[in-house]
Design a binder for this molecule. Structure first.
Ligand SMILES: *Cc1c(COP(=O)(O)O)cnc(C)c1O
Length: 583
């Protein structure tokens, strides 16, 4: 992907480097942070006395404690030497790699000032940085930053819960209103239609029909007894009300299972949608799921699509899903669409630039359509190169962001912008928001810089995959790979799946015992991935005698794969190792 009109961009100035190549000047930046931190203390309340005098600092008992601290710190450093080395390009295992310098520096600087973004009382600057960073992420996915709202979370799992929480809040309001109108005024009650009326219609009807808060509360499943309210809904609608369903694609992350469990809707209300031969949600099956819910009189609590699946980095046709949901809106059915872009959100940095051409047109269209969904999950601690723990939940507008509010009497209530009212988590570190903020201020979240790093990862995956397939006749990549992850099995033509699965898993075990490269594995089940498994087997006349497909998985997010020397040394080494393992 060369663009002669592009200004050259030195991506390698944004990472320390696998050999600490940028170490000397980066040390200076860390030193500057410490100097600033010291000076902040010295200059503030300059006339206050020293609390720890020099004489004290030289006393034997003081020096003894210093010795203890120094010793144990060194022990910690020795232990950390055995930590999984995720900075090296030899680490292509999971969705984690080298951290970016702005993220590290932003995180570290903020850590020293310890803001708790739960409240402006303890995070004056942290809270402002969070709003600005959320606006940057909102713009990245195509939301109008001035309208969008959101906050940072401990990760993608919590961000997904935030979506369900808000979707349930909206659904509960709508159903309560419809139940009041049915019981009080004798209106007909269709729980499916009522639950999806949307906030605007809800507000209009509440005023027009004069339903006060107290009456609404008495009809709420969340505020009252859900079993009693369900009975009343059943009576008014003339059929048993079985509660809402959560529609998720078969390629979903397991955090959705946790959500179904946590929100108490029951495992059987968690509706899986099968995938097509490419591993993306099957559109006909999805339509079928919505119809099924409508026929059963069960509202759709939330419909999820995935941009960047955890297994293979695939991108669901978010645009086609948005088309279906827009068509339903014409019938007054507003289904909550949440895009789980925990992994793939940062693919949007390529939007609008040449970098985007590394993606197929379908994936470009899908990413562009995230802006049509109610809400999105983005994990800066994955493809954002930000340290853990840093996820983000962003809503397209203020309406969608509304959630149950709680009062905490010991926190000053004058400031209504405080987040604690509307986040699942309580105390939240401001470090992740600041890491994201400094990344946005330097690399930006657009195609000029950040998008090029992301595109280079996808290019690296393509080059690696082609070299591997050419060198080793057993390599069977999942085809097509949408982004920067390659998954492959190891199979001979005409072989039974059980035999190739065994080989693939045995090779994975050998990789685990070898320190030269870190790869990961995944096992896909036929329940969701049946069509994909069949297509995969067809490519080499394999025989399906088992309902799972084992794959080796390599994630190309390490920025140093863009370096030709790195690529030219590591690719043949990997190929040789794989040949040894498959011999
Ligand atoms: C990683 C991931 C999650 C969960 O995020 P955590 O940050 O690990 O909590 C959710 N959805 C998808 C698609 C993911 O890849």
């Amino acid at each position: 992907m060369t663009d002669p009109n592009d200004t050259p961009f030195a991506a390698d100035a944004y990472f320390l480097g696998p050999k600490s190549e940028n170490g000397s000047w980066v040390r200076g930046e860390f030193q500057a942070i410490l100097d600033h931190w010291y000076d902040w203390r010295r200059s503030l309340f300059a006339d206050d006395p020293e609390a720890i005098t020099e004489a004290r600092r030289l006393s034997p008992e003081f020096l003894r404690e210093r010795e203890v601290l120094g010793q144990e710190l060194r022990n910690l450093l020795v232990m950390l030497r055995s930590e999984v080395p995720k900075f090296t390009p030899r680490y292509i295992g999971h969705m984690v790699s080298e951290l970016s310098l702005p993220a590290l520096l932003g995180h570290f600087a903020t850590l020293l000032h310890n803001p708790n973004n739960t409240s402006r009382e303890v995070a004056k600057v942290g809270a402002r940085m969070e709003s600005e960073a959320i606006a940057m992420l909102a713009k990245m996915v195509g939301y109008e930053p001035a309208l969008a709202q959101g906050h940072f979370t401990g990760g993608g799992t919590i961000a997904n819960f935030e979506a369900v929480w808000r979707a349930r809040y909206r659904l509960d309001h709508a159903l309560s209103l419809a139940l009041v109108l049915a019981e009080r005024d004798g209106d007909e009650l269709d729980p499916f239609a009522a639950a999806h009326m949307g906030w605007r219609k809800f507000e209009r009807i509440q005023i027009e029909r004069n339903v006060d808060e107290e009456t609404l509360r008495a009809a709420s499943m969340v505020l009252g007894n859900p079993f009693e309210v369900a009975k009343r809904i059943s009576q008014c609608s003339g059929r048993d009300y079985l509660g809402p369903v959560l529609i998720t694609p078969g390629n979903k992350h397991f955090s959705w299972q946790k959500a179904a469990n946590l929100f108490g809707i029951g495992e059987s209300s968690f509706w899986n949608t099968p995938l097509d031969a490419q591993g993306r949600v099957d559109m006909a099956a999805l339509r079928g799921r919505i119809d099924e819910a409508r026929d059963a009189g069960r509202p759709v609590l939330c419909l999820t699509s995935v941009a960047g699946t955890t297994e293979a980095g695939e991108i669901d046709p978010v645009d086609k899903i948005a088309d279906i949901l827009d068509a339903l809106k014409e019938d007054g059915i507003h289904i909550w669409h949440h895009v789980d872009a925990a992994y793939g959100g940062f693919f949007c940095t390529m939007r609008g630039g040449k970098a985007e051409l590394v993606l197929a047109p379908e994936q470009r269209a899908a990413l562009a359509a995230i802006s049509r969904a109610q809400s999105v999950t983005i994990d800066p601690h994955k493809l954002g190169y930000v340290p853990y723990s840093c996820g983000a939940f962003v809503c397209r507008d203020e309406h969608a962001y509304r959630a149950s509010s709680f009062q905490a009497p010991y926190i000053d209530r004058a400031d209504t912008k405080d987040k604690w009212r509307c986040t699942l988590e309580g105390s939240r570190s401001g470090a992740g928001a600041a890491a994201t903020w400094l990344t946005g201020k330097t690399l930006g979240f657009g195609p000029e810089k950040f998008g090029k790093i992301i595109a280079a990862g996808i290019e690296a995956r393509k080059t690696f995959q082609a070299a591997l397939a050419k060198a080793n006749p057993l390599v069977r990549p999942l085809d097509p790979a949408d982004t920067n992850i390659v998954c492959f099995s190891l199979a001979k033509p005409g072989e039974r799946l059980s035999v190739s699965n065994e080989r693939t898993l045995a090779v994975y075990t050998k990789f685990q015992a070898n320190e030269d490269f870190s790869v990961s594995k995944t096992v896909l089940g036929a329940e969701s991935y049946g069509a994909l498994i069949d297509a995969h087997l067809q490519s080499y006349d394999g025989v399906r005698d088992e309902d799972t497909l084992a794959l080796l998985r390599c994630v190309f997010m390490n920025p140093f794969w863009a370096n030709p020397d790195t690529r030219d040394q590591l690719t043949p080494e990997f190929i040789a190792l794989l040949a040894e393992f498959t011999a």
